[in-house]
Design a binder for this molecule. Structure first.
Ligand SMILES: O=C(O)[C@H](O)[C@H](O)COP(=O)(O)O
Ligand SMILES: [Mg+2]
Length: 303
């Protein structure tokens, strides 16, 4: 049975009145790349006026909480750092609190400065990442320079616009030579929406490493739809799941995350997932509670 497709102010008002805590995905819900979704700013202002709790939950590990706050400030959307949960932050919390990562070990990072900043914020040493030595193209036969390193206690893969073969070879070597070296992905999104289309996401970036190690090493995934992201959220924010709503653009991350967390879900269009994946002849096994065209459509309640 297809979920209700909300489209009238009465339906919107009924939904908003039934929710105290909005967990809001970012890419594809709040903004598409650098552009805020039309109406969303007004909606967030309205929800704040109605004393709703807003928690921003993004799988995008390219930025730290601090960098996301700066991004939201630039977009004219007031948020506080502790309302933002990115998979970079959740990964750092997982390494520190769940794995109790050893002080004398370091993390090999496939990722950018935001991910490094979150590791530093919990006192975890890291290598790779933005190190210029690894942001290079490797001489095809320079394999002797790639050696195991017992001081690397984990490989953490996130969104990396400087991904290259040398980084993959180093990460592969650490994981292939030491079964105790943790294998973590910030998230496994296939694509992400921007500029009216989609591009390969973090899951597509780490896939070569996952494929090369398949059958021998399987990664732990931190971001949506996995529980580790919710663990990081509820460590800071208590809320009633019955009065919460997860709003997302991706059935396989956001909506499944809400379902796994026992929370109602709202799928909005225009991001990763398509209407036919919900209403078509061969719909996804992941079914949202509600569907709307855009979160911005709630702005009609603010008039
Ligand atoms: O590729 C990625 O890292 C993700 O697809 C992307 O950034 C998703 O971000 P979200 O929709 O969870 O804000
Ligand atoms: Mg999204």
């Amino acid at each position: 049975m297809s979920p209700p497709r909300l489209s009238t102010p009465e339906e919107y008002r009924k939904l908003v009145d039934s929710v105290d805590t909005f967990l809001l995905d970012c890419d594809g819900v709040i903004y598409h790349g650098p552009v805020v979704v039309p109406g969303v700013k007004k909606v967030l202002e309205m929800l704040r006026k109605e004393n709703k709790r807003l928690i921003f939950v993004t799988n995008n590990a390219s930025k730290s909480r601090r960098q996301y706050k700066a991004t939201f400030d630039k977009l004219g959307i007031p948020v506080s750092e502790n309302e933002i949960f990115g998979s970079a932050y959740a990964s750092a919390v997982f390494l520190r609190k769940v794995l109790n990562f050893a002080e004398d070990k370091k993390v090999y990072v496939i990722g950018q400065d935001g991910l490094e900043q979150e590791l530093e914020s919990v006192g975890i040493k890291h290598v790779g990442g933005t190190d210029p030595e690894d942001r290079v193209f490797m001489d095809p036969f320079d394999f002797a320079s790639i050696q195991p390193d017992p001081s690397v206690g984990a490989v953490l893969c996130g969104f990396d616009g400087w991904l290259n073969y040398k980084k993959l070879c180093k990460a592969y070597t650490y994981l292939n030579s030491d079964p105790n070296c943790h294998f973590l992905l910030t998230n496994q999104d296939k694509t992400f929406p921007t500029n009216g289309t989609t591009f390969p996401g973090s899951g597509s970036m780490s896939y070569p490493l996952v494929f090369a190690l398949s059958g021998r090493r399987e990664p732990t995934i931190i971001g949506k739809p996995n529980k580790h992201m919710m663990d990081a959220i509820i460590a800071e924010h208590q809320f009633d799941p019955k009065r919460a709503l997860m709003v997302g653009d991706n059935l396989l991350t956001d909506i499944e995350f809400g379902i796994n967390s026992g929370i109602r879900t709202l799928l909005v269009m225009g991001g990763v997932s398509l209407p036919e994946q919900v209403f078509g002849d061969n719909p996804s096994h992941v079914v949202p509670t509600y569907v709307m065209e855009s979160l911005g459509d709630l702005a009609v309640l603010a008039e």
